[in-house]
Design a protein around this ligand. Sequence first.
Ligand SMILES: CC(C)(COP(=O)(O)OP(=O)(O)OC[C@H]1O[C@@H](n2cnc3c(N)ncnc32)[C@H](O)[C@@H]1O)[C@@H](O)C(=O)NCCC(=O)NCCS
Ligand SMILES: Nc1ncnc2c1ncn2[C@@H]1O[C@H](COP(=O)(O)OP(=O)(O)OP(=O)(O)O)[C@@H](O)[C@H]1O
Length: 205
Amino acid sequence: MTADNPSRPPLMLGLTGSIGMGKSTVATMFAEAGVPVFDADAEVRAMQGPGGELVARIEEAFPGSTGPEGVIREALGAQVFGDQDKLKKLEAIVHPAVGNRRAQFHADNAKAEMVLFDIPLLFERGGENAFDAVIVVSAPAEMQRERVLARPGMTPEKFEDILKLQVPDAEKRARAMHVIDTGTTLEETRAQVERLIGELKASRG
Ligand SMILES: CC(C)(COP(=O)(O)OP(=O)(O)OC[C@H]1O[C@@H](n2cnc3c(N)ncnc32)[C@H](O)[C@@H]1O)[C@@H](O)C(=O)NCCC(=O)NCCS
Ligand SMILES: Nc1ncnc2c1ncn2[C@@H]1O[C@H](COP(=O)(O)OP(=O)(O)OP(=O)(O)O)[C@@H](O)[C@H]1O
């Protein structure tokens, strides 16, 4: 467990990586090691799910994209991932709401030693400066492709459309302060996460 430290603000860690590289898996490893985690994607899902606060506005902007269970993600994804203007319109609805939730999380965890923000679009949206350290998860492209294409509802075309929207993996790695290799076993990745937490704690003295 990371100990609370009332005298200093928490170390702000940003976790990012391209589709299927293992952000969620690695964020869970941080949480299991006692680090509070803000999961931007989970917040989006909650706000788009049944009774979610964004459902009505999304239906208004994208008629037919919602139902009794909230946003029909496959249908909305099919509309926006190949169309920049539509994606921008969706982001203008979703991103400010994620920002509000993030501010709340920040306030709730003001006394933690470190906090981790799992932000899929951290580099794409230029949010690096908000963090003391940016951590990128990365695996070989072929492994990424295999993982993503194994997901239900995924097609090679959708995968290519999403890749085009994201900063390339090589650039993410170059801009990262730390890279976690997810092209290995889960145990080895967990060991890397635990090692990094130890280094970050030591760096604070
Ligand atoms: C369009 C939606 C409903 C499709 O949902 P679906 O479950 O099919 O896909 P999922 O969310 O798992 O995304 C698949 C991949 O695309 C990436 N992705 C999602 N939105 C974007 C985006 N705006 N720009 C670039 N990549 C994106 C994700 O990081 C992931 O790697 C959903 O992605 C969405 O609401 N996106 C807009 C909000 C957003 O930007 N979310 C990501 C960061 S918080
Ligand atoms: N060493 C590893 N580290 C992380 N993930 C691994 C590893 N080995 C296998 N995997 C698998 O790779 C997949 C990574 O998916 P995950 O949902 O964590 O990625 P993501 O980056 O969050 O995806 P998305 O961008 O679509 O949200 C999981 O199914 C996970 O079990």
